[in-house]
Design a binder for this molecule. Sequence first.
Ligand SMILES: [Zn+2]
Length: 197
Amino acid sequence: MFPKITVFEEARQAVDMKTVALGYGLHINRSGMCLCPFHAEKTPSAKVYPQRLHCFGCGESADVISFTQKMFGLAKPIDAVKKLNSDFGLNISIGQAPTAKEASEYVKRAEERRAYEQWEKQAWRTLNDYLWLMRDWQEYAPRSPAEKPDERFVYSLHHLEWAEYLCREFIDYNKAGRFSMKGVVKDIERFMEKKGG
Ligand SMILES: [Zn+2]
């Protein structure tokens, strides 16, 4: 017997984030970025992934359902599913309420997603702070060849490109890819703490 999937999962599988974003009037540039619909900005800092939209400015992260719910100020996720269903012709039959088991599985998955998103937000902040620190430390460059180089400068010399690389990867990676950076992020977090303390 196949486990029955909920209408929420059905909706997520039936339509991707890009289609929904474009359908609701967002302009996505060639690098997959758009102006964040959840905060005011002039330069795009929201990235559209197949399943989600993530804003690197305000940290907002949404899938097709929460995106639609927020965009249109709908009371419940199910209202967003109904709207997607009719706007994009998804042919989802919404009717029967989910069983208690389905509902609790949905809650469990939603919690896992939230935990991941929290980590993702924090991880991005860490990588971004690290990158800016490396840029700042470039300013300790010796003023003359005779001057002994500052160790912060030397460190940044060896790590600036790496920091840039990590940030780029983090933006381009999908969820699994980002999660695989957990160890590196932890190391950098420790480094940042030590340096701060
Ligand atoms: Zn934003």
